[in-house]
Design a protein around this ligand. Sequence first.
Ligand code: ZN
Length: 91
Amino acid sequence: MAGSAVTSSNATALVDPDLARAADHLAARHTPSAADPARCSALGCAEAFPCLVARFAARAAVAARASRREAWTARLDAVTAGIQLTLPARV
Ligand SMILES: [Zn+2]
């Protein structure tokens, strides 16, 4: 087990690729507004930036690379906060 070839690539391995893609998608949508950088630019959001979704996306991106437990916890947090993790049909 100590000589496993997988060990060297673990740093970039995604534990939960779907969560990572959803986090990237959310982070791309929830960015500071050009007109008012203190506000989120996403339609229907307009919270103070970083908004709840932007903060979740940053944490989920880390969790998706951390461990199954962290990824699962992030998914549960999304459900609790009402954040949809579904991706668009075409990315
Ligand atoms: Zn937002």
